[in-house]
Design a protein around this ligand. Structure first.
Ligand SMILES: N[C@@H](CCC(=O)N[C@@H](CS)C(=O)NCC(=O)O)C(=O)O
Length: 336
């Protein structure tokens, strides 16, 4: 490892890792991508405070985990190229979309990964190969079996079950349609260069390309999205940011349908249950019942968005956009 180089422990199958890798590439941050495999596991465990990837290891052995704080930390040192549009309004919308990508779009990605046996098989084989690149057939088959047995029951952590499956799948359908329309006339979500929102959102949809059911949906119907994913794997900036009037015709419907009508109602119900000390919550989403166990992390990230909104001084335009997208009320409600 060179003195100046960061090590990024991750996996091609970990959207949060791929998100940070694309960010490091875009910012030209010197790093080595180190897949977490059976060979690097002991080293990973030595540094990991949480058993999660991505993990960034600095030359002085400082360790960072959790993709959003990792990006925030590196933004202080690597300011160029800018990660956010200069307008505070658009920068906030970019944070909101990133958060939605991490906390909601992760659901359809994970649900499709482990719901159907065809996807379970493809992903568990791919993960086994990634974890043990030199393993023989028998070792890989065994590993794939054990990964599948461990992961399928974890569907419940993202709230995927017989009752919620249709909502989760319909939410991805709707997202892809709206996103495809938005990306028809621009390279990235906010114009000619990627913003924080692109990194969070693309990574989850990239995960969808690794599993047959969603790969087929994407490849058959959404060329603008697969092209954007290709760009986001090693993004090049250089273009101009757009302003809200040109973005609005296709970005506003996406934010309203996905964040105003799905993600924030879900997040508010989750927060109320977390605060009441309940283990699970339910609500109506897309006119159907949706229930799952609480997610403490999402309650924190909702509060972080509110704090971020509260310090924006000139926020009339932003409040209007958020109101029109049915996002304002959940982002104003104070935490008790
Ligand atoms: N909020 C975290 C989530 C990280 C996360 O959930 N990572 C997953 C992979 S995408 C993980 O490490 N799962 C356990 C494992 O793979 O061992 C972040 O943004 O980094």
């Amino acid at each position: 490892m060179s003195d100046q180089q960061y090590v990024l422990f991750g996996s091609e199958y970990s959207p949060f890792s791929v998100k940070v890798r694309s960010y490091f590439r875009y910012k030209n941050i010197p790093h080595e991508w180190r897949p977490r495999t059976i060979d690097t596991m002991a080293e990973f465990k030595k540094y990991a405070k949480l058993p999660l990837i991505p993990l960034v290891l600095g030359p002085d052995e400082t360790v960072w985990q959790d993709s959003t704080p990792i990006i925030e930390t590196f933004e202080e040192k690597y300011t160029d190229p800018a990660l956010q549009p200069p307008s505070e309004t658009l920068a906030f919308l970019s944070c909101l979309i990133e958060d939605y990508g991490d906390e909601w779009v992760n659901k359809p990605m994970f649900h499709y990964r482990w719901w159907r046996s065809e996807d379970q098989e493809a992903v568990s084989n791919g993960l086994a190969q990634a974890n043990n690149p030199r393993g023989d057939r028998e070792a890989l088959d065994q590993l794939a079996d054990s990964i599948r047995t461990r992961m399928v029951p974890r569907l419940r952590f993202v709230g995927s079950n017989e009752k919620t499956k249709d909502v989760i799948e319909a939410s991805l359908d709707s997202l892809l349609t709206l996103l495809g329309a938005h990306l028809k006339s621009r390279k990235y979500l906010f114009g000619g260069r990627p913003a924080l929102a692109d990194f969070g959102l693309f990574a989850q949809i990239y995960g969808c390309l690794q599993q047959p059911t969603t790969a087929a949906i994407l490849q058959q119907g959404f060329p603008e999205i697969t092209d954007w994913i290709d760009r986001m794997l090693d993004p090049v900036g250089g273009g101009n940011w757009e302003d809200w009037p040109t973005l609005a015709p296709t970005l506003e419907p996406l934010i309203r349908a996905q964040i105003g009508d799905i993600y924030l109602p879900w997040s508010l119900a989750n927060e109320a249950a977390v605060q009441a000390g309940e283990e699970a919550f339910s609500l109506q989403l897309m006119q159907q019942d949706f229930g799952q166990q609480t997610v403490k992390y999402a309650a924190k990230s909702l509060q972080a968005l509110r704090s971020r909104l509260a310090v924006i001084e000139d926020r009339q335009e932003l409040e209007k956009i958020l109101r029109d997208c049915r996002c304002l009320q959940p982002l104003l409600t104070p935490s008790s």
